[in-house]
Design a protein around this ligand. Sequence first.
Ligand code: ADP
Length: 488
Amino acid sequence: GRMRNYSALVQSKALVDGAWVESSDCDTFEVLNPANGAVIGTVPNMTVADAQKAIDAAKKAYESKEWRSLTAKDRSNLLKKWHKLIEQNSQEIAEIMTAESGKPINESKGEVAYGNSFVEWFAEEARRIYGEIIPSAAPNREIIVMKQPIGVAALITPWNFPMAMITRKAGAALAAGCTVVVKPSEDTPLTALAVAKLAEDAGIPKGVINVVTTKKAAPMGELFCKSPDVRGISFTGSTEVGKLLFRNCADGIKRVCLELGGNAPFIVFDSADVEKAVDGAMASKFRNCGQTCVSANRFFVQDGIYDKFVEQLKKRVEALKIGNGEGCDVQIGPLINEMQFKKVSGFVEDAKDKKATVLSGGKPLTEVGSLFYAPTIITDVPSTAKLYTEEVFGPVVSIIRFRDEEEAVQKANDTRRGLAGYFYSENLQQVFRVAKRLEVGMVGVNEGIISAAEAPFGGVKESGVGREGSKHGIDDYVDIKYICMGNL
Ligand code: ADP
């Protein structure tokens, strides 16, 4: 592996109860660079028993004076210190992120800033977790409502945003007064550990943030769901795993926040500004090589603008610069692993079999590396194709032509998922009509990139429960307590 100046933040141990530890059976696994297969680090392959220790540590920390007796302002200040340290180390974190995820370096820098904006936001929100006093119908009573932390939260995060998915959860949890056990993706544990190291340096007390790395995700997930000491689970990842966790949390009536897959429609109406629509399409589709849960998955383009939009998009797609994400002008890196690579190429082959037309790309780029896939445009995608019914999570634009607004809205909503949806229109009435009718948690109107710490992120239908970011992001980590003051 190529060791660069980021090495000082690369950890080879996990963090439990303020100590950097091996797995109890000393097993480890390697972290690979998807751009070239190089080994960039080794981390503990922890066991269920190790995870139990982390839960115990989080519980002890939750109940300890060092955490419990902090004021909201104290917690806010700790988060601010963490924010500052992440800012000071942003270049190193971005390099680790690019090395383990393949994300182009400019995007990694963007993610560090975005991920850190949650730490800052929740440092601010920590001081505004207000209660209520509600007028009682009885003359001698007061109704008082306060919000209290739920306790220990387990956070299970994916590889596509190795830092932001952790800070979006942990920032809220810590602001609320919870403690956490983080299980990062086995593909990207180094970013998680680097950020945890900075939390330790910021003075966040031991046991408040624990990070367990493992390839044995399933039994560890089961422990989190079943342990009575874990009061909430926050998960970002596949719908399949989300459903499993939801089921496993039923017995313990656990708080769950699930951010699952989407199947985002991207509608271009005749009334759209075609240049803005093409810009938005490029950003929404090709950021992180199409590997985001809010990536546009199905492009519906109206008859009257179809030829112009497709022609301009094709030019832009064919100009994308592909390569190892370390190159500062690279726009498209590799897919994260072989499983994703096979999925993307399988979906394209399936669409070809079903008579869709490949306008651009449509093939692996083995000459660049074994996990690279060509930016692709496919038109006439039938509704039976996997590209239409499932999330491709890759650099593939699937285009479907439509006639009128009603048809577009119906097709957009014809999925059990409902995370993000985008549309381009310069017609005010149409903007309101369509924004209200799309069955999604987030709508981009004339905008392809919509995530922000200040905004509530989350889905409807099978895309999840709960919201992250914004003031609503705190809700999953607090219980409402009603205190009835009687006989006053
Ligand atoms: P993807 O890899 O497609 O983003 P996954 O749902 O497989 O989605 O992974 C997201 C996170 O969930 C990762 O941290 C992964 O290790 C974890 N994970 C995978 N399977 C399970 C499981 N059965 N229980 C708990 N966590 C799991």
